[in-house]
Design a protein around this ligand. Structure first.
Ligand code: HEC
Ligand code: HEC
Ligand code: HEC
Ligand code: HEC
Ligand code: HEC
Length: 201
């Protein structure tokens, strides 16, 4: 039954998403019906107004809702260092070009953005991605420690970054304030979780 409804309202879905994005631009995700991002059958929305999206505008319009949401590429495929270093890092162009030497894009707007990826590669000019998340230098934070306990799946990342696989453009889901960190440490009974020296040098 749900499937029938999904088909019948397929054209309405795009509309719903456009409205949801406009109404709640800080969410960066929408409660559309049908499969959730990352699940089989999820279809990333068509976006006409990129200006309304949360988060900084990046040099290439790279969409997590397409890569991680629709095509279900695991977060770790691109952010592999998350489990072994304190810095997850942004993937090098080499990671992109493996696919995009072949995949040119199915719509004119995708083709235009993928052309930028190819040009950046042939010019050896990696895009200067704008950083979204950071903590001040006097704060100690290690992804590795967290991932070990919370896991490497997108649900683990969602604890601190929101549902990135549903985001067309990454914006801050959480502000990373001290109280937020401590809140989770207390909730999960992290040993010495409130102790100043855990997070401060
Ligand atoms: C195909 C490669 C790819 C996949 C898969 C991918 N990402 Fe990304 N991610 C990127 C690129 C490129 C950027 C930098 C551009 C941007 O911010 O959108 C980025 C940026 C981010 C950022 C913002 C970093 C910052 O602070 O600037 C977060 C958070 C993030 N990704 C989380 C995730 C999560 C969670 C998943 C899985 C649900 C995921 N990514 C899957 C390539 C990928
Ligand atoms: C595992 C394969 C794979 C990898 C790795 C990959 N992509 Fe893609 N990418 C795709 C597919 C599939 C599409 C959808 C193509 C379509 O239907 O238009 C796509 C679409 C795109 C688009 C157009 C849609 C959008 O997101 O705005 C851009 C731009 C893009 N990719 C950039 C990148 C960048 C930058 C990287 C590296 C950080 C990357 N891709 C890594 C498979 C990949
Ligand atoms: C416990 C909270 C937490 C979890 C879980 C978490 N992150 Fe982060 N992430 C952060 C914080 C805090 C920062 C900023 C770190 C800094 O400034 O050093 C960050 C920064 C990032 C960045 C940007 C850093 C860079 O090197 O450019 C990426 C990409 C990222 N996270 C991806 C992920 C992915 C992928 C996952 C899941 C596998 C994940 N994160 C899980 C809290 C978290
Ligand atoms: C979603 C829950 C969650 C959030 C949010 C979170 N943490 Fe944690 N953190 C944990 C857990 C669980 C551990 C315990 C990991 C272990 O047992 O090794 C931990 C451990 C740590 C440790 C290592 C503790 C030690 O004993 O050395 C540091 C440092 C830390 N977190 C810093 C931060 C900072 C800074 C933030 C906010 C920017 C933050 N955490 C946000 C869950 C969280
Ligand atoms: C779980 C990690 C964590 C613990 C434990 C922690 N802090 Fe913080 N602290 C942070 C983060 C993250 C920030 C930066 C974000 C912010 O200002 O809220 C911060 C910022 C601060 C600042 C700067 C505030 C400002 O307005 O610039 C001070 C001062 C501070 N902490 C003192 C303490 C003291 C004192 C303790 C112990 C009672 C403590 N912190 C325990 C994570 C932590």
């Amino acid at each position: 039954m749900a499937t029938t409804k999904g088909c019948r309202t397929a054209s309405g879905i795009v509309l719903t998403i456009a409205v949801a994005v406009g109404a709640a631009p800080l969410e960066g995700q929408s409660a559309q019906p049908g499969p959730l991002p990352g699940a089989p059958g999820y279809k990333a929305p068509v976006i006409s107004d990129t200006g309304a999206l949360p988060g900084p505008r990046q040099p290439i319009f790279f969409r997590h809702d397409i890569h991680a949401g629709q095509d279900q590429i695991p977060c770790m495929y691109c952010h592999s260092t998350v489990a072994v270093s304190s810095e997850p890092g942004i993937p090098a162009l080499r990671t992109c070009i493996g696919c995009h030497q072949i995949i040119g894009g199915s719509t004119p707007s995708h083709q235009a953005e993928i052309a930028k990826v190819r040009k950046a590669w042939s010019d050896r000019q990696p895009p200067e991605w704008i950083r979204v998340y950071w903590v001040p230098g006097f704060v100690r934070f290690s992804h590795m420690r967290h991932i070990k306990v919370l896991g490497t799946g997108s649900d683990s990342c969602a604890n601190c970054h929101g549902q990135v696989n549903g985001m067309a453009q990454v914006g801050q889901a959480f502000t990373l304030k001290m109280g937020w960190c401590i809140g989770c440490h207390v909730e999960r009974e992290v040993i010495r979780g409130r102790d100043c020296s855990v997070c401060h040098y």
